[in-house]
Design a protein around this ligand. Sequence first.
Ligand SMILES: [Zn+2]
Length: 391
Amino acid sequence: MARHSARGLFVLGLLTLAACASAPGKPPSVPPAPPASASATKPAAQPNAPSPEAAPRPAPARPAHLWPFTKIQGVEWVKLDDVAAHFRLKTAWSKPGAELTLSDARGVRFRFEANQRDFYLDGVRVFLGRSALLHRAGLWVTRLDVIKTIGPLLRPEDHLAFLPAAPPRTIVIDAGHGGNDPGKQNLKLKLDEKDMTLDVVLRLKKLLELRGYTIRLTREKDDRLANEQRADLDRRAAVSRDAKADLFLSIHFNAVEPKDAARVTGTETYVLTPQFQWSSTDNSGDSLTNTAFPANRQDTANVVLGYQLHRAMLAGLKTSDRGFKRGRLRVLLLPECPAALLEAAYLSNDKEAARVGTPEFRQQIAESIAEGVQSYAALIAALRAPPPPAK
Ligand SMILES: [Zn+2]
């Protein structure tokens, strides 16, 4: 195992990251050795042994469905009509030749637009690896996006082998930044990201403990886990491994350049980009696109978790939907459990930052995240419920 992980760790220093959990791109120092329990052969779908009372049904093999695809310039594309047919959805052009909807008895479920990187599932904005492609009078998405995003979101029950055996119990929550790393700042309102994240995390801890979860924090006061940024981020991820956590949540606030500050507000949610996929902020592959990280074993659970968290944040905060995105963010590379990074709101926008500055809004953020965790846990519990007795 050490070989794979060590190689993954070695290339981490090449990262250039878009979100505020970014690391400088200079070559890495020798990374801390992963704990002995971290094994590349450990089954990805079982971050923790299932409890006796939550004995799972036998996991099926990989879903047998092979998507018909067309290769264009080396990339495999699946026509959305074929996706719709497989999932028994009806397609309709809402804007001829530009916007396609996929519907079922509940109404419109998916909305895709030609040349757009994002789509909407039940009104929630989700980013694809590549923009939807208009080709031969149809709209196409990459096979990777169907397998890694669209399929697991619509039918997680088809992916049981890649989902946790039981709902989460132990959750590690990471308050982004700390100590001499303030994170993003709103100087006018005297707000530092590191203080806002810690406050939200302490509120979230209480809420989740009331719901029966065991919570461990990466930090409980204004400090960081290491002075060097990459070591700091790696130690945060390592806390989740040491705690044998079932979930890892890293809480952050966002910012853009001053020229965009008045315009950009809202909530973003990140999970690790699958191997071979482009991250949401890249218009081409980065140097790590072909690398499989330890946390890529959780791709399916990550997408289910990220969607539930993002949906709950939007519902609870009424912020604008900046999208459920993918990134090779350093803190997301190493956890051995499903992991997400939340950018709750923008400190660069004075109006939104003023909201963040109130305890009421930070409490709402914590409650929204707790709702998202609960939705994810309920979904896993439902998927793992014993089958009804045979008649
Ligand atoms: Zn941050």
